[in-house]
Write a new protein. Sequence first.
Length: 274
Amino acid sequence: MNPNTLNFKVIPLRFFTVTFLWSWLLWLPFVLEGLGVLKINDNLISYLSMSAIILGAFGPAMGALFSIRTLQGKSAVKPFLKSFLSVDFSWKIWVTIITVLGLVNFLAWYLPGFFGYERLPMLLPTIYIFPIYLLLMIFLGGGQEEVGWRGYIMPYLESKFGLWYGNILLGIIWAFWHVPLWFISDSFQIYMPFAAFLIGCIGLSFFLSWLIKASKHKPMSALVAHGTSNAFMPVFPSVVMANDVFQLNFWILELLILGIGIIALLSIKTTNDL
């Protein structure tokens, strides 16, 4: 959404209502299973929970579409969706996405090795499937969230609270939206320290805000970046899949993302040439 073409006087709270209801209701049975309240067949739990996690990640998109449909009318939905078809942002944006997000994941994986920490093996069966995996992450593995987060609600929060506070607030909301995943037994999040995750969400919010503006308000850039960030995680694993382990790699990753995000947002006025 281009902030130059819309009026952001009132934040559409219905966006958050629909977003959280859609996602949390889909995840609720598996949260209850993880808490021991509900019993789900062991042969089905992995398949069903992963399907629910993927579908739940469309919550922000559902919130955006509902808000647009009810506040701006049916005719506004198609142009909104059409805005995500544009990928003609500068080649510098593409290079920045791959380089920055690849580098922070690599450093978080590599640096602890100098202090005696094991460098975790790649989780993908082969690096050759990375392009396919990247596409899956963009459209099904997290990138789809950006239809709502950056594609819709971010301009409202920035207009109301300013560039910095708006994205800090969005990062906090974004992190807490994920909370049910810490109670789903097959979720990757159960091994992540939430404080580090929160820091990373704020940092990535900064980076994605810069990216949207540097790409001349092409929201697809946020989907690509979010998906790329997630796609690099199994290539350079930063999470030890064990409980009661200090997740040094993950802390480094999230702090690096915060640092990159701060630098990106500080340089917001110098991106017109990208």
